[in-house]
Design a protein around this ligand. Structure first.
Ligand code: NAD
Length: 342
């Protein structure tokens, strides 16, 4: 069975998810919805991706720039089974009634409030909960990173509590209007940050508290995480569990010389499309076990970490794969996830 998919919003996440859909044998990218006839629209057009405009006015602007549109949003929604909403946070909720009117399965992003969908989703934690649902929300990049770690260690040893400090990138590389330029911003000043609560939308019973700061970089987020496990472990036990897990890349800083997000991205630029690193990167050297307490540093490439989860979410709502293992093997093989960076 091939599921027909449309992507509404063609920015950082939308363009990556659209490309990933094109790489799946069980999905057909019917089109994308784009508001502005800019360079990204031209690239999509030249790549043969059918473009739809949100309304008549936008369609006219596209035609004036010489970029043909295939139709309007409603036309796209009439010809698909699943819509991936990748519009800015909060905009997806406004589209929800329109998607429902067209009887579509819906996949939303982490910028939406949890109530937008029946399930908040992270493949390694709760794939089965999303099977056959009408609407799923793929949690944010930071939450996806935390959940991959937590659910992997929970399966191996049991996790009883998590404390994390999140060092957030200020903006995506393409965003010229955001900052900070020269500050470390408390995000927010009052603790905890919202990230722990977002993790709980997937793992409601977990004891987790997070704090966050925003720093002047566009490359990646970094987390300092402390987990209390349900049994004593050694750091080698933790390394072994993480190395066996899908979508986690264990990097040895001493051996590779990679001690920063800048060096990680530089390595990815050599061999990855768009220099994407959809894997969660855990720094092996930082993994420190004391009894049942484990501390480590991990890095999250915000632009790409949620892309495989979006593909899995499409499979879950469409019943294309009945287990997390099945969708992970299809998604990861098609996207080259797990291939070494060097
Ligand atoms: P973005 O601003 O890069 O892209 C959004 C796109 O939607 C833009 O192309 C914009 O023109 C378009 N758009 C705006 N209003 C629209 C409308 N009414 N109809 C159709 N298109 C419209 O945003 P993004 O970073 O891709 O974020 C999208 C979602 O993904 C948000 O919920 C965000 O929180 C989430 N997310 C972002 C990141 C990240 O780091 N960028 C990571 C994980 C999740």
């Amino acid at each position: 069975m091939v599921v027909r998919v449309g992507v509404n919003g063609y920015g950082t996440i939308g363009k990556r998810v659209a490309h990933a859909i094109q790489l799946q044998d069980d999905m057909d990218l019917v089109g994308i919805v784009k508001r502005t006839p800019d360079y990204a629209a031209l690239q999509a057009y030249k790549a043969g991706i059918p473009i739809y405009a949100p309304g008549e006015e936008e369609a006219k602007a596209f035609e004036e720039r010489g970029i043909p549109v295939k139709g309007l949003l409603d036309d796209l929604l009439d010809s698909i089974d699943v819509v991936v909403d990748a519009t800015p946070g909060g905009v997806g909720a406004k589209y929800k009634p329109i998607y429902e009117k067209h009887g579509l399965k819906q996949v939303y992003q982490g910028g939406e409030k949890p109530g937008v969908a029946e399930v908040s989703f992270s493949t390694l934690c709760n794939y089965e909960e999303a099977l056959g649902k009408n609407s799923v929300r793929v949690v944010s990049c930071n939450t996806t990173g935390l959940l991959r770690l937590i659910c992997t260690l929970d399966k191996a040893f049991g996790v009883s509590s998590v404390r994390a400090v999140i060092v957030r990138r200020a903006a995506d590389p393409k965003e010229v209007k955001r900052g900070p330029v020269n500050a470390i911003v408390l995000n927010p000043p009052r603790l905890p940050s919202h990230h722990g609560e977002d993790v709980k939308t997937v793992l409601p019973r977990l004891d987790i508290v997070t704090a966050a700061v925003v720093v002047p970089t566009t490359l990646m987020h970094v987390h300092a995480v402390t987990l209390r496990l349900r049994q004593p472990v050694t750091s080698s036990d933790v390394v072994e569990a993480l190395e066996k897990a899908p979508r986690i890349m264990v990097v040895n800083a001493e051996a590779t010389g990679i001690k920063s997000t800048a060096e990680l991205m530089e390595a990815a630029r050599e061999i990855r499309r768009r220099s994407d690193i959809p894997e969660l990167v855990v720094f092996e050297d930082s993994i420190t076990a004391r009894g049942s307490e484990v501390m480590l540093f991990q890095a999250v490439h915000q632009e790409s970490i949620v892309v495989p989860e979006n593909i899995d979410a499409i499979r879950a709502v469409s019943l294309l794969a009945s287990s997390a293992e099945e969708t992970i093997s299809l998604t990861d093989a098609s996207l080259g996830i797990g291939q070494p960076l060097w």
